[in-house]
Design a binder for this molecule. Structure first.
Ligand SMILES: CC(C)(COP(=O)(O)OP(=O)(O)OC[C@H]1O[C@@H](n2cnc3c(N)ncnc32)[C@H](O)[C@@H]1OP(=O)(O)O)[C@@H](O)C(=O)NCCC(=O)NCCS
Length: 337
């Protein structure tokens, strides 16, 4: 049977162990990494989400996969329905025959069925997704910390969240108070981000009071809260533990002060790759929020999808003065649990 004729559809509960084996083979064993993908993203790979884990079968074997974690993003006064995509893969010996394409086409169908506004994914292989209609969108700043500098004059006590009497609710209050971007999170969502799977956070205390945190997974700090001095203390500590990368919203005002205090390199890059699924609905939400017509906003029906994605989600070159459009959405891989 040609690969393009293989059946594709939702994973069945009893197939989850076989899916886990494939994912761990591709993302852990092939990469010489450690851990278990199901533990890293337990909400994506959960029994409740099997309908959204789209698998390609060959006989009883699962040979390809692409998963969707539907997630509500509360942006200003609107609720956007996003599909966070993960675990896109094909068994190594069968690559280049169309199996990954089958899985991603099925993901696009499923996202339309779920009436999602857009999908977002993070990848180092944009070419594969580009031919399937995905486009780079949005922007982030990625800071690489060259070396674990001393904590200098910045006086903060740093402790892991897991060893602390404080909890995610305290972090949530800090994050909500800072108004860092236009995405509003619920306390439950912050708790999921900070403590699901292999996630943890470092807390920064001053005089016993919480003044910042750095949420991390593996080698990357995915979200950092606190003023610039607190960030310096947290990042120095995180770097000493091996977390050398930190993701910031694109034009985060704390970046220049941190870069003055620490040996860092900052690169601007896209937020991820985006597929607009429900164009009409998404445009209507943005037009309503902006109080202007889609044509006046430059997001009317005559605009092609490439331009639309850049107009809606922005690009790494955007300056803060580009408000109110594009949307300032900061969705990170951290949200992908
Ligand atoms: C990426 C992956 C899922 C593609 O699966 P696949 O079944 O080989 O893909 P398909 O056969 O459907 O498509 C392959 C086509 O995409 C192209 N392609 C594949 N990977 C590509 C890449 N990284 N960049 C550009 N093009 C790519 C191939 O050239 C091929 O094009 P062609 O049909 O014109 O020859 C597979 O290579 C894989 O499992 N990789 C390891 C896991 C991984 O990195 N996943 C992505 C994480 S975001």
């Amino acid at each position: 049977m040609k690969a393009s004729d293989l059946p594709v559809g939702p994973c069945r509960r009893r197939e989850l162990p076989r899916l886990r084996e494939l994912l761990n083979q591709v993302f852990i064993t092939e990469r010489g990494a450690g851990g278990d993908i199901f533990e890293f993203a337990p909400l994506l790979y959960s029994e409740q989400n099997v309908e959204n884990l789209r698998v390609v079968r060959r006989g009883r074997a699962i040979v390809g996969h692409a998963g969707i974690l539907p997630r509500r993003i509360r942006w200003r006064g609107q609720v956007l329905h996003a599909g966070l995509i993960g675990g896109v893969c094909c068994r190594e010996d069968l690559r280049g025959q169309g199996i990954g394409t089958l899985a991603m086409q099925d993901v696009a169908r499923r996202m339309a069925q779920l009436q999602l506004d857009f999908g977002v994914l993070w990848t180092g292989s944009p070419g594969f997704y580009r031919r399937l209609g995905w486009r780079h969108g949005g922007g982030i700043s990625i800071m690489r910390i060259a070396e674990a500098a001393g904590e200098g004059a910045v006086q903060r006590e740093i402790i892991p969240l897991s060893d602390s009497p404080l909890g995610p609710a305290d972090c949530h209050a800090l994050h909500a108070g800072a108004g860092r971007d236009e995405v509003l999170r619920t306390p439950e969502e912050t708790e999921l981000l900070l403590s699901t799977g292999t996630r943890d956070a470092l807390l920064a205390l001053r005089g016993g009071r919480l003044v910042g945190y750095a949420a991390h997974d593996g080698s990357t700090v995915r979200e950092i809260e606190g003023d610039a001095d607190t960030c310096v203390a947290l990042l120095s500590h995180a770097a000493a533990l091996g977390h050398r990368l930190c993701v910031f919203p694109l034009n985060d005002p704390r970046l220049p002060a941190i870069a003055q205090a620490l040996p860092v390199d900052i690169q601007r890059g896209p937020l991820g790759m985006i597929l607009i699924v429900g164009r009409e609905g998404l445009v209507a939400k943005i037009a309503e929020e902006a109080g202007s017509s889609p044509d006046d906003l430059g997001i009317g029906s005559d605009v092609d999808t490439e331009v639309l994605a850049a107009r809606l989600f922005g690009s790494p070159d955007d300056e803060p003065t580009d408000r109110p459009l594009p949307m300032h959405l900061h969705i990170d891989y951290l949200d992908h649990v």
